[in-house]
Design a protein around this ligand. Structure first.
Ligand code: TXA
Ligand code: MG
Length: 341
């Protein structure tokens, strides 16, 4: 027999949930005790939301197909969209992926950190990554994260962790504990409270092919920085078989429509400003001092706050100032463009 109950969320949405599927979500501290508990949950096939230096992630044992299935179901993510496998160090990376000179070189410069590499999956690996985590592709996305809480978890688990961003598919990425809680409370086993994520933008995804790099998703490791390290970059691939967020049109979406490159907001609009918020306007500043890194860090949380405010105040649109298209501004503009499509 199915039981249903109406639950009122903060965003005043009425959501009908099947009670038998509601979980008690444990809130875990980011110290050794909390991380040990998170590790036990992951080892027994559960789902734990956790902080990374980029954004919050939804982690599960990458070798357990049932746990991976839960990630897809919980996020409402199409099963053809593969997950990033997070590992502690290069010993794990090259246990699950083929070694090549460029990958080793990039890893020595940027790992642990906000970089994901798409490499060829290693055949006959001792560590069996679940096929559904990789959407049956012959390539694998790997990242060695820098966040101390995530590193502690990877060490305690001694497992590769599949970890997409902690948001519902297509919706706003989360960079604060509170946003993860409001989305996933009752739906996953635990959430580690790690405070706000310092970068605020998903990792740069790089594919290595024929000794050349192509950026599939821009992030903190920018094209400029890669060029300064003498890497040669290929133009963006237009291969329909590769599934990457850069190729999905609608993504990172708040509920309220966005209007980009706005100088002055209209009467019923909220403003997301780059620079100080002009007098008399209602909104949030991404950075009062025109700092792109600060703007990146604040992007998703500001959009979440404005989205909530728009609902309460019945604003039609969130207007956004022009963001310079350089450095991490390229990643900000990429996400904003997708949020509008
Ligand atoms: O910063 C990040 O990368 C965060 C944190 C949690 O680590 N994770 C993240 O995961 O952004 P996700 O799933 O939201 O985005 C990763 C994207 C997927 O959408 C997928 O399209 C792409 O990586 N991807 C995974 N495997 C791939 C592959 N073999 N080839 C091309 N793209 C791949
Ligand atoms: Mg994502």
């Amino acid at each position: 027999m199915k039981h249903f109950k109406l639950i009122y969320f903060s965003k005043k949405e009425k959501v009908q949930l099947n009670i038998s599927k509601i979980k008690k979500t444990e809130i875990l501290s980011n110290d050794d005790v909390g991380v040990k508990r998170a590790s036990d949950i992951i080892k027994s096939g559960g789902l734990v939301a956790l902080p990374t230096e980029t954004v919050y992630g939804l982690g599960a044992d990458a070798t357990n197909p049932k746990a991976i299935d839960l990630i897809y179901k919980t996020k409402g993510r199409p099963s053809i969209n593969p997950l990033i496998i997070h590992v502690f160090d290069n010993n794990y990376v090259f246990e699950i992926a083929d070694k090549n000179e460029l990958a080793e070189d990039l890893s020595s410069k940027f790992w642990p950190g906000p970089l994901t590499l798409i490499l060829n999956k290693k055949n006959n690996s001792k560590l069996k990554i679940a096929k559904n985590a990789l959407a049956d592709l012959s390539t694998i996305a790997v990242r060695v994260p820098a966040h101390p809480v995530f590193r502690n978890l990877l060490k305690k688990c001694n497992l590769p962790i599949a970890c997409p961003s902690a948001n519902f598919s297509g919706k706003l990425t989360t960079t604060r504990f509170e946003d993860v809680l409001s989305s996933f409370s009752g739906k996953i086993d635990a959430i580690i409270d790690g405070g706000p994520c310092p970068i605020g933008m998903e990792s740069t995804i790089i594919k290595i092919k024929n000794q050349k790099l192509s950026i599939l998703r821009p992030g903190k490791i920018t094209e400029e920085r890669l060029k300064a390290c003498n890497y040669s970059l290929q133009k963006k691939e237009n291969n329909k078989n590769i599934i990457a967020p850069g190729q999905l049109t609608s993504h990172y979406r708040p509920n309220t429509p966005l209007r980009l490159n706005v100088k002055k907001p209209k009467k019923n609009e909220l403003l997301l400003s780059f620079g100080p918020l002009p007098k008399g306007t209602t909104g949030i500043s991404l950075s009062e001092v025109f700092d792109l890194n600060e703007a990146a860090m604040n992007l998703y949380s500001s959009l979440a706050d404005l989205d909530e405010l728009a609902l309460i105040n019945s604003n039609d649109t969130i207007a956004i100032n022009t963001i310079p298209n350089s450095g991490i501004g390229i990643a900000i503009n990429d996400r904003l463009k997708r949020a509008c499509s």
